[in-house]
Design a protein around this ligand. Sequence first.
Ligand SMILES: Cc1cc2nc3c(=O)[nH]c(=O)nc-3n(C[C@H](O)[C@H](O)[C@H](O)COP(=O)(O)OP(=O)(O)OC[C@H]3O[C@@H](n4cnc5c(N)ncnc54)[C@H](O)[C@@H]3O)c2cc1C
Length: 383
Amino acid sequence: MKNRVAVIGAGVSGLTTAVLLQQNGFQVSIYTNKHPLKEIKNPYFGSLFPSASVIPHSVFHPEINEIFKMSQLFFSKLHDLSFSGLINHEHFELFAFENPESDYARLITGFKNLTDLKWHPKHPDIRLKSGWKFDCFFADWTIYYPQLVQSFLQNNGVFISGTVDLNSYDSVQEDIIINCSGLGSAQIREEEKPLILKGHLLKINNTVELKSPSGNTVSYNFSPGPDLYADSFGTPLDVYCYPRKNDWILGGSRFKGTLDVQGNWVSEDKLSQQFPTQIESVNSEIIKETFGKDLSEFTEKEYQYSYRYVRNKENGLRIESDNAADRLVIHNYGHGGAGVTLSWGCAFNVLQMINEKVSILNKNIDSEEVMNRLGKLLTKPQP
Ligand SMILES: Cc1cc2nc3c(=O)[nH]c(=O)nc-3n(C[C@H](O)[C@H](O)[C@H](O)COP(=O)(O)OP(=O)(O)OC[C@H]3O[C@@H](n4cnc5c(N)ncnc54)[C@H](O)[C@@H]3O)c2cc1C
């Protein structure tokens, strides 16, 4: 039976896929040239940085809604199982201009239009023209990601350090290969100008909870309008604040550009070179007006940036099977700004593809059965 799987990559895509395959009887090794618990602030390792909302921002795929819906079902199950670091709370997406409703908005529970809201985050000088709220999953990344690593190890997972040649897979022994190499993808060098979105973050440590008048934790994305915050070409950008257990993640930016063969950032957008001051100034106004908290009182700050590999609008997320070195290879990369969001949906697609191609499991894969196994594999064994 071909049940030995090599996953290339220990980012959120690789680890989630590995854990899901383990629970379905596969023996999984992860080959990686960056270790999730050892690398610090390496901007080429996107999985160290996600703000980690479960919302399909900045990603393209013809079946994005289906993958997102499946992913949400997994997050919901994990939330019921109290998986470490997974939270759900009210989230607001607000605009100072007329913005059409996003495709995903009504795929998330608790949707309400701006006009029906009794309360929402506010900026003192900006009148909102459109927006909505929903009840959204978030992963508190400093807790959730290490827990994924632990789940993988507890289920006999093995990390193998080193770089795999993604054109030959010579160093890989296993029967099936899953390519979750993110920004390291070989494809990135073959595409003429892969679209990368540079993202800036401000992590503020030792914070307090941000709550609505009814006592619920809340977060927001807020587009203050192009006069206040836009890229060099006038495309409006949004700021956001995602409160977590011990910190707030303030964002954001989505500057378009690419990486050259040496990995240097190349962009016609001059603004992309510096940390956008609006992330601090606009968020500061909103936090003061809405929650009565003064940002300047919190002094432990970390300015960060990283890259989202979008590929481009035409081909977007690559989740498809291939053959190399006489073995089945399944590609799972190009998640743009939604690698966390789509992680479980993509992992489930990988499992289905393996089943179709090599018929290992000899039966149709039932998503509910697969989800019911999560409890067993993600819980720490009793001492
Ligand atoms: C500022 C910012 C905010 C974000 N916020 C969110 C958010 O709120 N919600 C959300 O869903 N997403 C968000 N994202 C996107 C998310 O972070 C990425 O989509 C995700 O991390 C991609 O994960 P990955 O596992 O596919 O790839 P990566 O994290 O890039 O991991 C790739 C792995 O492959 C390994 N690797 C690569 N090449 C090789 C090789 N040749 N040999 C061996 N190993 C190799 C690397 O070492 C690494 O372990 C955000 C991203 C940024 C930058």
